[in-house]
Design a protein around this ligand. Sequence first.
Ligand SMILES: C[S@@+](CC[C@H](N)C(=O)[O-])C[C@H]1O[C@@H](n2cnc3c(N)ncnc32)[C@H](O)[C@@H]1O
Length: 167
Amino acid sequence: MTDKAILPETVISEICDELDQIKSPGAIVEIGAYRCGTTIELAKHCPDRTVYALDAFGGPGKIDSFKNVDFGDVQADTAPYPNIRLVRGDICETVKTLNDPVALILIDCDDGEPCDVALEHLVPLLVEGGRIVVDDAEFEGIKQSCNKYLDGWSSVKNESGLVIRQR
Ligand SMILES: C[S@@+](CC[C@H](N)C(=O)[O-])C[C@H]1O[C@@H](n2cnc3c(N)ncnc32)[C@H](O)[C@@H]1O
């Protein structure tokens, strides 16, 4: 397991368990990928699924606390995994370029606006049985977006604090 993931190993393993339950094909979309530590684990677990990793990757963006990322390192680390697609830039813009069917959306951007735009664009692309996994679901902006786009969806909070939503 990589040391470049912010999400703990147990949490990544729980996301993999969710993926194992999704029978339909479809991509994984990580909203906020940082150094792609989690991305790589998901890509290894699901070599047949495309994993889109969306982030500023140290470039211009609204969140200053994650600027210490060398995009060259991210490219080198992810190069061995042909199913990873790096999507660099402001998520509020880049997420609109995705059009594949989506099996799992991982929201881990620590901010309400990209979460809101991502859910608005990606929820219609979610396959039958697809999942939305939300970190920091108690954060007010993220909670509001989930209430707006996922009203009536089942919601399970697991021991790690991840909230998993399924239609
Ligand atoms: C908590 S970190 C992601 C951690 C990663 N999922 C992991 O497990 O290692 C949040 C990331 O969201 C990114 N982010 C937040 N808002 C963004 C935006 N509007 N556009 C691009 N990236 C954004 C930050 O650059 C940061 O890398």
